[in-house]
Design a protein around this ligand. Sequence first.
Ligand SMILES: [Zn+2]
Length: 211
Amino acid sequence: MMAASLTGMTVPSWASHLENKLAPPPLLLVQAFVDTLDLDLGTDVLAHADEGPAWLAEAGLRVPEEPGAAADLQLARDVRESLRAMIARDAQGSPLTAAELRPLEQVTSRARPRLEVTADGQVGLRTGPVAQGLADGLAGLLLIIRDAQADGSWDRLKLCGNPDCRWAFYDRSHSRRGAWCEMASCGNRLKNRSLRARRAQSAEAAGSAAG
Ligand SMILES: [Zn+2]
């Protein structure tokens, strides 16, 4: 199922929860995966026994018939927080902790990526077209990140500056200094901003009254 976005770009169903600031594919899949958790609304697709496996299957990360869905959802949620830490790291520069690296090591030790030479002579590293197990699917996300790190697009994937939001968004600005997701659900930031605006206005009013 495909749905048209506001910009006219066709968005896959697994990314339909992203309103704006979408990363270009295939990095879009990493963004959509990280944003399956909406901290501001308190909703988590991967916390649901039905919705979670359905989303992972739609995104091609997991075969629906695969047993062990509960353990897989736990791994997916752990890896999601590791990826969020990886995205945040670009801004903060602090090293990833052992706890943040552990879920990623679970993935890399279980996954079975393979070398592939395409007809045009390009050497690549791929998991299967549809992942056999979740570890393969999540390893596919790591390969997407690796390519994005090589072409520089990874640096444009950021976390919203609202500490209650931390939504992953893609910064297309020329300055690369975008700081906010600008999702409708990013309410606290908007409230804070309007509060700041009101304060500035009243300060200005007080200033002109004094002058
Ligand atoms: Zn936000």
